[in-house]
Design a protein around this ligand. Structure first.
Ligand code: ARG
Length: 572
């Protein structure tokens, strides 16, 4: 059910009937439901162009619209807006179709694409910290929405498993004489810090470390072996975090920087051969005219360092070739901190010129802001350390457990534990996903765990309210004819039918907060409906109709939250 498009088609026909065929309709959901369900704003522009009186023209369009099967009424307002009210029978019919559809009315895409999405992608030298949270959560949700729409989604966890820091870690392992025995790394963070201290304080150690980087990249078996153990342990830590978070990422999605090592030289050579990369004080550089540096000269995208070493950019070029060439991507998505925006713009520009990124392949940088503490500064522990993700998630579940016990002391221990997990993890995810990702956002336990307002607990609770209606409902008829008579019923029905439109906008823009805002609005309208229209006390057709609305609301809340990576409980 593509509601927007259905109305758009009606409006276009009415525009044609009024003599302004092809003029942009500019259709929007109404801001105030007292005036209608949708609003057409395109008449004023069309009137100006045609030299006509906008209100008169709007009258003509409205007359052509009113009374068809989709639109019940069309009213001209202000200088020439048209407020539309949708026909109850049309709404009822589509609500019922959605109710009988396991996808709740959101159809799959007719032309599925192969989408490669790069998210989470932590550097493995350290344990995962809050800096990795946003990419993981946002990327996971986008990947779910795309998959639900029917696209082939290939998740790529581009972990930083290559480069200088690994020479340092290997050197430290050797120094600690841990290089021959199998070792344990219970605390990666501590290990990294100790190695870094040695690296900074002792130039001989630093030299040794750099020597190991060369050996590692040259394929030395002993060093590779140490590196492998390190990567394995580190990835184990990351996977544990993914599992706790309930992400779709698995070990099979790991495609780290090291994977592209064999292709780095080829790629640079190819850029040189194509005349794109040139020698510049010993380094190989692609000059990009469309990006100016501070001096107003073309920006330099460095693809190989002086002395032959490779960089982040070299790896991303080889990686992009792989994603387009071997994975056959139609669309590339990179969910990365917005501080890397320029890197990706230059990566895409270079790749277009080199022919690695053909015109029909879309490349998208999905940036996000920083997670801040309540003090408005980047989120840290009290002592100023970066917060480990494991600790943060444990705290979320513990805090939620207290709330859940308070709210419903009668839950069994199992139910309470499961619900605490859903609420705690859900709250952390939703706090992030409900904000426009491009801004910084403030991490605030009290706000995200509140049962009021635009939060996960509020939505999860709304779902359990629906479920409790059905526990009490007894016999009812899900296939009975649906009638919509009350305003609160109609408004809820209109909102229910927007599910596909919303998912489409998330898929198009990679902005999960559209879905969050929709679910919040849906829960709010349900709550109004629930207060205005008794469900269980009603009788006959009214009762069945209201139960049908409630059923579809529950289904969409559950499905929508799942697409945000959030689970619901049956009781709370
Ligand atoms: N490992 C990088 C970091 O932590 C992010 C990698 C993003 N993906 C990429 N293809 N460059 O900053």
């Amino acid at each position: 059910m593509n509601l927007q498009k259905t109305i758009q088609t009606e409006a276009e026909a009415a525009f044609a009937a009024a003599g302004i065929a092809g003029a942009p309709v500019v259709l929007q959901p109404a801001k105030n439901a007292d005036f209608g369900d949708y609003q057409i704003n395109g008449v004023m522009g069309a009137a100006k162009k045609a030299g006509q009186n906008p209100r008169e023209l709007a009258q003509k369009v409205a007359a052509a619209l009113a009374g068809n099967a989709v639109i019940e009424s069309a009213q001209v307002a202000g200088p020439g807006f048209i407020n539309l009210r949708l026909a109850p029978a049309f709404l009822a019919q589509h609500v019922q179709t959605a109710l009988n559809d396991p996808r709740s009315g959101a159809a799959k895409k007719a032309a599925p694409q192969t989408v490669v999405i790069d998210y989470s992608s932590p550097n493995l030298a350290k344990e995962m910290h809050v800096g990795h949270l946003r990419s993981s959560i946002i990327g996971d949700s986008i990947s779910r929405v795309l998959e639900f729409a029917g696209h082939t989604v290939i998740r790529q966890n581009h972990v930083g498993d290559w480069g200088t820091q690994f020479g340092m870690l290997v050197a430290y392992m050797v120094e600690q004489q841990k290089d021959n025995a199998a070792f344990e790394l219970s605390d990666l963070e501590q290990f990294y810090r100790a190695a870094k201290v040695r690296f900074d304080e002792d130039p001989a150690f630093a030299d040794t470390a750099r020597g190991y980087v060369v050996k590692l990249q040259g394929g030395d078996e002993h060093v590779l072996n140490l590196w492998r153990q390190f990567v394995e342990i580190s990835l184990g830590h990351a996977q544990a975090v993914y599992d706790t978070l309930g992400l779709k990422l698995t070990p099979a999605d790991v495609a780290g920087e090291s994977k592209y090592n064999p292709e780095l030289q080829n790629t640079v050579d190819d850029l040189v051969q194509k005349g794109l990369a040139v020698e510049d004080s010993g380094a190989k550089v692609v000059f990009l005219d469309e990006f100016k540096n501070k001096e107003g000269e073309p920006a330099a995208f460095i693809v190989q360092k002086q002395g032959g070493g490779f960089l982040y950019a070299s790896t991303d070029l080889a990686c992009l070739r792989y994603r387009v060439g071997s994975l056959k991507a139609d669309r590339l998505i990179y969910v990365v901190d917005h501080r890397q925006a320029l890197h990706f713009e230059q990566l895409f520009a270079t790749s277009r010129k080199a022919g690695y990124l053909p015109e029909n392949v879309k490349a998208e940088f999905v940036g996000f802001g920083t997670m801040m503490g309540k003090d408005g500064r980047p989120f840290k522990t009290r002592s100023g350390d970066t917060v480990k993700l494991v600790d943060l998630l444990n705290e979320a579940v513990e805090r939620a457990a207290l709330l859940v016990r308070e709210k419903n002391p009668s839950l069994s221990a199992d139910e309470a534990a499961k619900t605490a997990r859903n609420v705690g993890i859900g709250a952390v995810k939703y706090a992030d996903l409900s904000k426009n990702r491009t801004g910084d956002y403030i991490f605030d336990w009290e706000a995200m765990l509140s049962f009021e307002g635009n939060t996960a607990p509020y939505l999860q609770y709304a779902y359990t309210r629906v479920q409790s209606v059905f526990r009490k409902a007894g016999e009812w008829d899900a296939a009975a004819d649906l009638v919509l008579s009350e305003a609160a019923e109609k408004q809820l029905a209109v909102e229910l039918l927007k599910f596909e439109d919303v998912l489409q906008s998330v898929a198009d823009t990679s902005h999960p907060h559209y879905l969050a805002a929709y679910l919040y609005q849906l829960a709010t309208l349900f709550s109004r409906f629930y207060e205005a229209c008794p469900i269980l006390k009603a009788e006959g057709q009214t009762r069945n109709s209201r139960l049908q609305l409630a059923r579809l609301t529950g289904n969409i809340l559950q499905q929508g939250l799942e697409l945000l990576g959030i689970e619901v409980s049956e009781v709370m």
